[in-house]
Ligand binder design. Structure first.
Ligand code: RB5
Length: 175
């Protein structure tokens, strides 16, 4: 898979570790910077660069790292077609892919340890989107992105299938 990566100074060490890990696993990594932890830089520049790379098709997916993953994720989500998810572990990585079809993974170097981050990356880049009822929700986000309008939640269709218990959903996400 072709994966665009980017970070600010606060995410540089974790981004470098994860980029090396992805390369060793056979992925093609496109690094949009930054290139040192020693110079303070602005995370929106790198979030936008990664997101534009994914949105344009240059990369299939993206990986963003800042101190928390939050700022760079907010920036990435401003780019049309991007679903960037701040993830903390392999469970949130699994759900971000299977339920939300997230195309950019965001991690925080100051909030997630490197072993958990590697697990999250491995899960994120190997989990397929579950489709089913989740596809309708992704389509709603895409319609909003395309400026088609804001549907009235009062007119929303409901799932007819009974929900799994929250406990089951947490451990075995249903399609
Ligand atoms: C940089 O100090 C820090 O604010 C940034 O990396 C990030 O955590 C913002 O969300």
């Amino acid at each position: 898979m072709r994966i665009a990566v980017g970070s600010d100074h606060a995410g540089f060490a974790l981004k470098s570790l994860l980029a090396d890990h992805l390369t060793a696993a056979g992925h093609e990594v496109i690094d949009h910077g930054t290139s040192t932890a020693d110079v303070s830089v602005d995370y929106p520049l790198y979030g936008h660069a990664v997101a534009e790379s994914v949105a344009s098709g240059q990369a299939e997916r993206g990986l963003c790292v800042c101190g928390t993953g939050i700022g760079i994720g907010i920036a990435a989500n401003k780019v049309r077609g991007i679903r960037a998810a701040v993830v903390h572990d392999s469970t949130t990585a699994l759900l971000a892919r299977s339920h939300n079809d997230a195309n950019v993974l965001c991690l925080g170097e100051r909030t997630t340890g490197s072993a958990e981050a590697v697990d999250a990356v491995d899960t994120f880049f190997s989990t397929v989107f579950a489709e089913g009822r989740h596809q309708r929700r992704i389509d709603q986000i895409a319609a909003y992105d395309a400026g088609i309008g804001v549907p009235d939640p009062a007119n929303a269709s409901d799932d007819m299938a009974p929900r799994a218990s929250p406990e089951t959903e947490r451990h075995q996400p249903t399609p």
